[in-house]
Design a protein around this ligand. Structure first.
Ligand code: GLU
Length: 478
């Protein structure tokens, strides 16, 4: 079997959309699964959409996500350069070939002409499309216009007499398009730059791309691409169009309903391996209900046969659950390092050993890394007090007060309090008050951690020590 060659071909518009991350990942997984190559190609021929720093930002997001490419900017390779704005000669050459073959033609219509065409079509209740008027210009007329330097574009001819354009899609099977619905696509714009369609096909051919895996939004463009491959007499790559990403209300995933940039998730403290795992399951799954996959497992299991056609819901609550699982799996040292950027400055006041201990106590409650800041509050705030009205009333009740008073009395008889002797102290409180079980432990937990639920109480007590525990419990005695 010939080597598989996959490419991720983003247009650098400022950031890496999570949909783009999913496309990159599926290309990457397919390449790695088949022992092929993964290529990054920057499609920056739309000069009006240029954004400073966008390419660097995109590459940084891919690096963070662990999607290393084998050929591309900065690495180069046999088919360099991998940035389309540096490959303009290729596109001009092939556009000329199409002109020579009469498969393309110069179009001199101005913006105003096109606008008028659209309005007239709308008035006739027709679909709006280019009506092909420049296809039929007399050769002399074209020559004269070109000689006079008239501004123009180059359009490809769509074969409107053909019964259908058929795309063979690895996910969707045969998809039929009526030629009537397809425009004579512009290939070279009046600024001399190619459009996406020409540059994309030329490069996929020159770079020997075997499989084109991309978002569903590109499916309607594929007939045009097929026509170009046919005009050039080139082999057509395999196509796979990935399902749309949806919000939980099944609308198209949009900025309005949440974050869409990979870097937003990075900044919010999601782990790259979690985001990759989550994004891998947007449209793909295995037969069993496994949810957590390492990159190696994704590579081993990935197949295009198991990518679905229907939209994939981007469910943030599932992402949160997954991130929590990944945080739980980290070793103490790894987690300590990961949390560094999110630790409040005041943590410098304690020894790293103590900080490590505290992190271990609260780690299971972290959904994202920045959550650490408010989890540390209890340990670093000078005089934390109950905020909740319900809990304030609860601690005033008689049995609670009995527990607190007895606890204080017990503490006064010992030198130090730690995880080891805490159990003993609580036993003595139980003996003295006759209160046991939940009725004994919940009051203590509320007084010491200011919440009804949370980390292991003995561990918190161990970090607090006798003085702070005494202080916390005295705080709630009325
Ligand atoms: N440049 C296109 C994009 O921004 C690439 C589409 C394709 O993969 O063909 O998504």
């Amino acid at each position: 079997m010939p080597e598989t060659r996959l490419r991720f071909a983003p247009s650098p518009t400022g950031f890496l959309h999570v949909g783009g991350l999913r496309t990159a990942l599926f290309n990457y997984l397919y390449a790695r699964h088949t022992g092929g190559r993964f290529i990054l190609r920057i499609e920056d021929t739309d000069q009006s959409r240029k954004v400073e720093g966008a390419v660097e930002n995109l590459m940084e997001s891919l690096r963070w996500a662990g999607l290393d490419f084998d050929e591309g900017p900065g690495i180069e390779g046999e088919y360099a350069p991998y940035i389309q704005s540096q490959r303009l000669d290729h596109y001009r050459k092939y556009a000329q070939q199409l002109l020579d073959q009469k498969d393309a033609y110069p179009c001199f219509c101005t913006e105003t002409d096109l606008q008028q065409m659209r309005e007239e079509q709308l008035a006739r209740k027709e679909d709006t499309r280019y009506d092909g008027r420049c296809r039929h210009l007399a050769a002399d007329d074209v020559k004269a216009k070109l000689a006079a330097g008239t501004s123009h574009v180059i359009r490809m001819k769509i074969d409107h007499a053909r019964p259908a354009y058929i795309v063979n899609d690895l996910i969707r099977g045969e998809v039929h398009f009526t030629p009537d619905q397809i425009d004579d696509q512009v290939l070279i714009k009046s600024d001399g730059f190619p459009t996406y369609h020409l540059a994309n096909v030329v490069d996929d051919h020159l770079m020997k791309i075997s499989h084109v895996i991309r978002g569903e939004e590109w499916l309607p463009s594929t007939p045009k691409h097929i026509q170009l491959y046919e005009y050039f007499g080139w082999e057509i790559p395999a196509f796979a169009h990935l399902p749309l990403l949806l919000n939980t209300d099944r609308s198209k995933l949009s900025k309005r309903q949440g974050d869409v940039a990979t870097e937003d998730y990075r900044n919010k403290g999601y782990l790259p391996e979690c985001l990759i795992n989550f994004v891998a399951l947007l449209g793909w799954n295995t037969q069993d209900d496994q949810e957590i996959y390492t990159m190696a497992e994704l590579i081993a299991n990935f197949s295009l046969e198991r990518v679905g056609k229907s939209g994939a819901v981007f469910d943030t609550s599932k992402l949160n659950w997954m991130n929590q699982q990944y945080i739980k799996q980290k070793s103490a040292e790894e987690l300590f390092d990961l949390l560094q950027p999110f630790l409040p400055e005041y943590t410098n006041l304690t020894t790293p050993e103590k900080l490590q201990k505290i992190i271990q106590i609260v780690r299971d409650s972290l959904v994202t890394l920045p959550d650490i800041a408010n989890r540390l509050d209890l340990f670093y705030h000078n005089n934390p007090v109950l905020q909740s009205e319900t809990l304030i009333n609860q601690v005033k009740s008689d049995p609670y007060q009995q527990v607190y008073k007895s606890f204080v009395a017990q503490l006064e008889q010992i030198e130090t309090l730690n995880a080891e002797n805490f159990g003993q102290v609580m036993k003595s409180v139980q003996k003295e008050t006759g209160i046991k079980g939940k009725n004994l432990w919940i009051p203590m937990r509320i007084a010491i951690t200011l919440a009804e639920e949370g980390p292991d109480l003995a561990s918190v007590v161990d970090v607090f020590g006798k003085d702070r525990c005494l202080h916390m419990v005295k705080n709630v005695i009325v």
